[in-house]
Write a protein of this length. Structure first.
Length: 147
């Protein structure tokens, strides 16, 4: 999910491997944002969400070229709700995946249609977490200052 553009791409897969994640990152860097100097990825701490996955999937020169454009920012453990993409997954679940779908082809078709509609209407994520909320909720993560 690209919050400043209200754009998203959703890939449907039966499981999520390191190579699938790496291919999604490659598409993001080379196809979606080829002219970007820096791309910040905000992610949860899934074990495949690392630079090592790029090296598993691609030749070293390509993996390095991709990594040179990327900045990884990880949400705190048990804090994936801080990631706007997780908010978008919630909307996807409520609006598109809230019923039984017979097979992965149907899921792919439905998710593709939902994504196209959301992108065309430039629907934003309704982010309600303020700086004040963060100071209260995440107080335990701030360094303790001594007087």
């Amino acid at each position: 999910y690209a919050p400043f553009e209200n754009w998203r791409r959703v890939d449907v897969a039966e499981n999520h491997t390191a190579r699938q994640w790496a291919e999604g990152v490659r598409r993001l860097v080379q196809e979606d944002y080829p002219h970007a100097q820096r791309i910040t990825l905000v992610m949860d701490n899934l074990n495949t969400h690392t630079g090592a996955s790029l090296y598993k999937a691609f030749p070293p020169a390509l993996a390095r070229a991709l990594l040179d454009k990327l900045e990884f920012v990880y949400t705190p453990k048990h804090g994936s709700w801080l990631n706007m993409a997780e908010c978008e997954f919630s909307v996807l679940t409520r609006q598109c995946l809230d019923r039984r779908l017979p097979d992965i082809n149907t899921v792919t078709s439905e998710v593709t249609a939902w994504t196209r509609t959301r992108n065309q209407s430039k629907k934003p994520v309704n982010w309600r977490f303020t700086t004040n909320d963060a100071r209260i909720k995440l107080k335990h993560l701030y360094p303790k200052l001594l007087d």
